[in-house]
Design a protein around this ligand. Structure first.
Ligand SMILES: [Zn+2]
Length: 77
């Protein structure tokens, strides 16, 4: 009976370690998510001066604009 108790204890320890590894693996996965939301390179609209992410920038003639409207307005004025 004593052996059985040790076996159960051993299995519990293995299970606890396994679930801990799993939990930490999930935590690392989750920790990587905010990295994607990291503030990206900000650029300035040449027309209104607002700062916005470079991925949303519209460019024309080497100038950056926050929106299609501002690009149009800049070249029409
Ligand atoms: Zn603008």
């Amino acid at each position: 009976m004593r052996f059985l108790a040790w076996l159960v204890l051993g299995l519990l320890v293995v299970w606890a370690i396994r679930s801990k590894i799993k939990a930490s693996a999930i935590r690392t996965e989750n920790a990587e998510v905010p990295r994607l939301d990291e503030p990206e390179l900000m650029v300035q609209c040449i027309h209104c001066g607002v700062h916005f992410p470079a991925s949303e920038a519209l460019s024309q003639a080497g100038m950056l604009f926050c929106s299609e409207e501002h690009r149009r307005l800049h070249f029409s004025s």
